[in-house]
Design a protein around this ligand. Structure first.
Ligand code: ZN
Length: 238
Protein backbone atom coordinates (compact mmCIF):
# COMPACT_ATOMS: atom_id res chain seq x y z
CA UNK A 1 0.00 0.00 0.00
CA UNK A 2 1.35 3.42 -0.88
CA UNK A 3 0.71 5.96 1.82
CA UNK A 4 -0.09 9.58 1.03
CA UNK A 5 3.20 10.50 2.69
CA UNK A 6 5.18 8.13 0.54
CA UNK A 7 3.57 9.53 -2.58
CA UNK A 8 4.44 13.01 -1.46
CA UNK A 9 8.01 12.02 -0.72
CA UNK A 10 8.36 10.34 -4.06
CA UNK A 11 7.00 13.43 -5.69
CA UNK A 12 9.46 15.61 -3.83
CA UNK A 13 12.27 13.34 -4.90
CA UNK A 14 11.23 13.34 -8.52
CA UNK A 15 11.11 17.12 -8.44
CA UNK A 16 14.90 17.23 -8.37
CA UNK A 17 15.58 18.11 -4.75
CA UNK A 18 15.09 21.82 -5.36
CA UNK A 19 13.49 24.15 -2.89
CA UNK A 20 9.79 23.61 -3.17
CA UNK A 21 6.61 24.96 -1.73
CA UNK A 22 4.01 22.30 -1.02
CA UNK A 23 0.66 22.28 0.62
CA UNK A 24 0.13 20.05 3.62
CA UNK A 25 -3.55 19.97 4.46
CA UNK A 26 -4.74 23.54 4.58
CA UNK A 27 -1.35 24.96 5.46
CA UNK A 28 1.13 25.93 2.83
CA UNK A 29 4.57 24.94 4.01
CA UNK A 30 7.90 25.61 2.45
CA UNK A 31 10.17 22.60 2.33
CA UNK A 32 13.71 23.68 1.62
CA UNK A 33 16.41 21.50 0.14
CA UNK A 34 17.94 20.78 3.54
CA UNK A 35 15.10 18.50 4.52
CA UNK A 36 14.70 16.69 1.23
CA UNK A 37 16.52 13.45 0.62
CA UNK A 38 19.77 13.79 -1.20
CA UNK A 39 19.51 10.09 -1.98
CA UNK A 40 16.46 8.48 -3.58
CA UNK A 41 14.32 6.22 -1.40
CA UNK A 42 15.83 2.71 -1.69
CA UNK A 43 13.78 0.51 -4.00
CA UNK A 44 15.24 -2.76 -2.72
CA UNK A 45 17.31 -4.26 0.10
CA UNK A 46 20.61 -3.75 -1.72
CA UNK A 47 19.99 -0.06 -2.16
CA UNK A 48 18.93 0.19 1.48
CA UNK A 49 22.18 -1.47 2.53
CA UNK A 50 24.21 0.92 0.38
CA UNK A 51 22.42 3.81 2.05
CA UNK A 52 23.34 2.49 5.50
CA UNK A 53 26.95 1.99 4.44
CA UNK A 54 27.18 5.49 2.98
CA UNK A 55 25.70 6.96 6.15
CA UNK A 56 28.13 5.03 8.34
CA UNK A 57 31.01 6.28 6.19
CA UNK A 58 29.88 9.91 6.70
CA UNK A 59 29.61 9.23 10.43
CA UNK A 60 33.15 7.78 10.52
CA UNK A 61 34.47 10.71 8.49
CA UNK A 62 32.78 13.09 10.94
CA UNK A 63 30.79 14.57 8.10
CA UNK A 64 27.23 13.65 9.08
CA UNK A 65 24.42 15.40 7.24
CA UNK A 66 21.96 15.24 10.12
CA UNK A 67 19.10 15.39 7.64
CA UNK A 68 15.56 14.40 8.55
CA UNK A 69 15.61 16.08 11.94
CA UNK A 70 13.84 19.40 11.46
CA UNK A 71 10.22 20.04 12.28
CA UNK A 72 9.43 20.57 8.59
CA UNK A 73 10.55 17.00 7.89
CA UNK A 74 8.91 15.57 10.99
CA UNK A 75 5.61 17.11 9.96
CA UNK A 76 5.70 14.92 6.85
CA UNK A 77 5.83 11.87 9.11
CA UNK A 78 2.82 12.64 11.27
CA UNK A 79 0.41 10.57 9.19
CA UNK A 80 2.58 7.56 8.46
CA UNK A 81 6.07 6.12 8.26
CA UNK A 82 8.08 4.30 5.64
CA UNK A 83 11.46 3.43 7.20
CA UNK A 84 13.85 2.09 4.59
CA UNK A 85 15.46 -0.52 6.90
CA UNK A 86 15.00 -2.30 10.22
CA UNK A 87 17.78 -2.61 12.78
CA UNK A 88 17.81 -5.06 15.68
CA UNK A 89 20.45 -3.70 18.02
CA UNK A 90 21.64 -3.49 21.61
CA UNK A 91 20.29 -1.01 24.17
CA UNK A 92 23.84 0.15 24.92
CA UNK A 93 23.99 3.97 25.02
CA UNK A 94 27.01 3.94 22.73
CA UNK A 95 25.30 2.35 19.75
CA UNK A 96 22.35 4.50 18.58
CA UNK A 97 21.60 3.30 15.02
CA UNK A 98 20.33 6.64 13.74
CA UNK A 99 23.60 8.37 14.61
CA UNK A 100 25.82 5.51 13.47
CA UNK A 101 24.11 5.46 10.05
CA UNK A 102 23.61 9.23 9.85
CA UNK A 103 19.88 9.03 9.28
CA UNK A 104 16.98 10.75 10.96
CA UNK A 105 13.32 10.54 11.87
CA UNK A 106 11.33 8.02 9.89
CA UNK A 107 14.36 6.33 8.33
CA UNK A 108 14.88 3.27 10.52
CA UNK A 109 12.59 0.93 12.41
CA UNK A 110 14.72 0.04 15.43
CA UNK A 111 14.36 -2.71 18.01
CA UNK A 112 16.87 -2.57 20.83
CA UNK A 113 17.38 -4.99 23.70
CA UNK A 114 20.56 -5.67 25.67
CA UNK A 115 22.65 -8.15 23.70
CA UNK A 116 20.48 -7.78 20.56
CA UNK A 117 18.66 -10.93 21.63
CA UNK A 118 15.70 -12.39 19.76
CA UNK A 119 13.05 -12.38 22.48
CA UNK A 120 9.42 -13.11 21.69
CA UNK A 121 8.47 -9.44 21.58
CA UNK A 122 11.36 -8.72 19.24
CA UNK A 123 9.86 -11.26 16.85
CA UNK A 124 6.49 -9.49 17.16
CA UNK A 125 8.09 -6.13 16.37
CA UNK A 126 9.91 -7.62 13.38
CA UNK A 127 6.71 -9.16 12.12
CA UNK A 128 5.11 -5.72 12.30
CA UNK A 129 8.03 -4.24 10.35
CA UNK A 130 7.67 -6.85 7.61
CA UNK A 131 3.87 -7.11 7.44
CA UNK A 132 2.90 -3.46 7.88
CA UNK A 133 5.97 -1.39 7.04
CA UNK A 134 7.15 -3.70 4.25
CA UNK A 135 10.73 -3.59 5.40
CA UNK A 136 13.04 -5.28 2.91
CA UNK A 137 16.26 -5.14 4.91
CA UNK A 138 16.79 -6.35 8.49
CA UNK A 139 20.18 -5.75 10.08
CA UNK A 140 21.06 -7.50 13.34
CA UNK A 141 23.78 -5.30 14.80
CA UNK A 142 25.93 -6.28 17.76
CA UNK A 143 28.83 -4.23 19.04
CA UNK A 144 32.31 -4.64 20.45
CA UNK A 145 32.40 -4.41 24.23
CA UNK A 146 28.80 -5.56 24.67
CA UNK A 147 28.05 -5.86 28.40
CA UNK A 148 25.42 -8.55 27.92
CA UNK A 149 27.85 -10.70 25.95
CA UNK A 150 30.59 -10.02 28.53
CA UNK A 151 28.27 -11.09 31.37
CA UNK A 152 27.51 -14.31 29.50
CA UNK A 153 31.23 -15.04 29.00
CA UNK A 154 31.83 -14.27 32.66
CA UNK A 155 29.20 -16.79 33.69
CA UNK A 156 30.57 -19.43 31.33
CA UNK A 157 34.09 -18.90 32.66
CA UNK A 158 33.51 -18.35 36.36
CA UNK A 159 29.95 -19.53 37.05
CA UNK A 160 29.05 -16.04 38.25
CA UNK A 161 25.36 -15.32 38.78
CA UNK A 162 23.49 -12.16 37.82
CA UNK A 163 20.07 -11.01 39.08
CA UNK A 164 17.15 -13.06 37.75
CA UNK A 165 16.18 -10.98 34.75
CA UNK A 166 19.75 -10.47 33.61
CA UNK A 167 20.06 -14.24 33.82
CA UNK A 168 17.20 -14.39 31.36
CA UNK A 169 19.26 -12.32 28.88
CA UNK A 170 22.27 -14.56 29.45
CA UNK A 171 20.16 -17.63 28.83
CA UNK A 172 19.26 -16.23 25.40
CA UNK A 173 22.86 -15.45 24.51
CA UNK A 174 24.63 -18.52 25.88
CA UNK A 175 23.65 -21.12 23.23
CA UNK A 176 25.30 -19.01 20.52
CA UNK A 177 28.60 -18.96 22.39
CA UNK A 178 28.92 -22.63 23.25
CA UNK A 179 31.43 -23.40 20.47
CA UNK A 180 33.84 -20.67 21.50
CA UNK A 181 37.23 -21.55 22.89
CA UNK A 182 37.01 -20.09 26.38
CA UNK A 183 40.78 -20.32 26.76
CA UNK A 184 41.28 -17.49 24.27
CA UNK A 185 42.76 -14.23 25.52
CA UNK A 186 39.96 -12.02 26.86
CA UNK A 187 39.80 -9.39 24.07
CA UNK A 188 40.02 -12.06 21.37
CA UNK A 189 37.32 -14.06 23.11
CA UNK A 190 35.04 -11.03 23.41
CA UNK A 191 35.55 -10.13 19.75
CA UNK A 192 34.62 -13.68 18.70
CA UNK A 193 31.71 -13.79 21.15
CA UNK A 194 30.13 -10.57 19.88
CA UNK A 195 30.18 -11.86 16.31
CA UNK A 196 28.95 -15.30 17.40
CA UNK A 197 26.07 -13.63 19.24
CA UNK A 198 24.99 -11.77 16.10
CA UNK A 199 25.15 -14.98 14.08
CA UNK A 200 23.13 -16.73 16.78
CA UNK A 201 20.41 -14.07 16.65
CA UNK A 202 20.22 -14.52 12.88
CA UNK A 203 20.04 -18.28 13.27
CA UNK A 204 17.20 -17.91 15.74
CA UNK A 205 15.29 -15.73 13.28
CA UNK A 206 15.86 -18.18 10.45
CA UNK A 207 14.49 -20.94 12.67
CA UNK A 208 11.11 -19.23 12.35
CA UNK A 209 9.32 -20.71 9.32
CA UNK A 210 7.87 -17.35 8.24
CA UNK A 211 11.23 -15.62 8.39
CA UNK A 212 12.98 -18.45 6.61
CA UNK A 213 10.42 -18.39 3.80
CA UNK A 214 10.60 -14.59 3.45
CA UNK A 215 14.40 -14.82 3.10
CA UNK A 216 14.20 -17.74 0.65
CA UNK A 217 11.69 -15.86 -1.47
CA UNK A 218 13.93 -12.78 -1.27
CA UNK A 219 11.14 -10.67 0.23
CA UNK A 220 13.57 -9.70 2.98
CA UNK A 221 17.33 -9.63 3.29
CA UNK A 222 18.70 -10.49 6.72
CA UNK A 223 22.25 -9.46 7.47
CA UNK A 224 24.50 -9.37 10.53
CA UNK A 225 26.81 -6.54 11.53
CA UNK A 226 29.15 -5.53 14.32
CA UNK A 227 29.71 -1.93 15.36
CA UNK A 228 33.25 -1.05 16.44
CA UNK A 229 33.30 1.38 19.35
CA UNK A 230 36.80 2.62 18.57
CA UNK A 231 36.45 3.41 14.89
CA UNK A 232 32.72 3.98 14.52
CA UNK A 233 32.72 1.47 11.68
CA UNK A 234 29.92 -1.00 11.13
CA UNK A 235 31.41 -4.26 9.89
CA UNK A 236 28.78 -6.16 7.91
CA UNK A 237 29.12 -9.93 8.17
CA UNK A 238 29.10 -12.33 5.23
ZN1 ZN B 1 25.51 -4.45 24.12
Amino acid sequence: MTSPLFSRRQWLLSAGYASLGIATGSTAETINSEVIDTEPYPSNANEALVRLKNGNQRFMDEQPRHTHEKSSWRSLLVESQKPFATVVGCSDSRVPPELIFDVGFGDLFTIRLAGNIIAEDVIGSLQYAVAHLHTQLIVVMGHEGCGAVAATIEEMLHKTKEPKHIESLIKSIKPGLKKLDLKLEHDTLMHAAVEANVRWSIRELLALPEAKLAVQEKRITLIGAVYELNTGRVRFLD
